[in-house]
Write a protein that binds this ligand. Structure first.
Ligand code: ADP
Length: 278
């Protein structure tokens, strides 16, 4: 997936007005099948503005599928997604960051130009990016601490810088719902902390953030609520309510070992699941 492809959608559609009284995200009775393979089954939930949700589940649980449907890049088999009361395909307020491996980092573009792509929906088809837009992009890069990397090719960024560039792009887009698919995977602790610091900026702007992660402890400590997914929604709420032994065993099956550590219950999985329901 290249960055331009992600940017085209907002240019060619007429954005839908927000219903101020509606939750930022409502998912109702969502089912997704790929040629007979069930990825999501009867998933229903809603999120409020400014919430930070960690989405946890084994490989193949349907996390990426859920994000794609919410972002409007994949149509559900049945069920409904509403963003601020309207259809996701008609909104420019959603910023979707796919897994790093899904992005074509060889695409020849600079960091500033990639962040500007986030602004296309605001600029519209009939106008070129002007001085004010470039200033806005520079401000967004400054928020994520990447001013000095503005003219760097995107393929030369480290993993943490790539994620911060995407956050700058969401800021440029003035996104209200940000979906990040495993942004922390493969990053060292300082790079992860940089991301969390920058995510605080989004919280101050009341941006709702959904992050897919494999790190249960980080999910429990750094997010407002957690979602446990294995095709079906096994739980959504405070970590203490959701990360129960029964729920974790249902999610990870026989591959999960629960270890009582100093600071709580640790879930350790050494094998990937098959993606089949428990
Ligand atoms: P996760 O992000 O939690 O690893 P995915 O959403 O990628 O899970 O996948 C959910 C299920 O859907 C898996 O069984 C996966 O093999 C299947 N799947 C995902 N994408 C496709 C696709 N494009 N075609 C067929 N099956 C797919």
């Amino acid at each position: 997936m290249n960055l331009q492809k992600l940017a085209w959608k907002p240019i060619f559609m007429r954005p839908e007005a927000h219903d101020a009284g509606a939750p930022i995200l409502e998912v109702a009775g969502l089912n997704v099948r790929y040629n007979g393979t069930m990825a999501l089954e009867e998933v229903s939930f809603h999120l409020n503005r400014g919430e930070r949700l960690a989405v946890v589940g084994p490989n193949g649980a349907g996390k990426s599928t859920l994000f794609k449907v919410i972002a409007g890049v994949l149509a559900p088999t049945t069920g409904q997604v509403k963003v601020a009361g309207g259809s996701p395909g008609r909104h420019i307020c959603i910023s979707y960051v796919p897994q790093r491996t899904q992005v074509d980092w060889t695409f020849p573009t600079t960091v500033a130009a990639a962040v500007m792509m986030g602004r296309f929906g605001k600029i519209g088809l009939l106008r070129r990016a002007g001085r004010r837009d470039w200033e806005y992009v520079r401000e967004c890069l400054s928020v994520v601490g990447m001013t000095n990397l503005a003219s760097r090719q995107i393929g030369e960024l480290s993993g943490g810088q790539q994620q911060r560039m995407f956050i700058a792009r969401a800021l440029a887009q003035e996104a209200e719902l940000m979906l990040m698919d495993e942004p922390l995977t493969g990053l060292d602790v300082p790079a992860q902390e940089d991301i969390f610091r920058v995510l605080e900026t989004l919280r101050a702007r009341e941006v709702t953030v959904m992050v897919a992660t494999h790190d249960l402890q980080q999910a429990a400590e750094r997010f407002d609520r957690v979602m446990l997914l294995r095709h079906r929604l096994l739980g959504l709420g405070l970590p203490g309510e959701v990360f129960t032994t029964a729920n974790l065993q249902q999610a990870y099956g026989g591959h999960l070992h629960l270890i009582q550590a100093d600071n709580g219950l640790l879930a350790v999985s050494d094998t990937c699941c098959t993606g089949e329901p428990a």
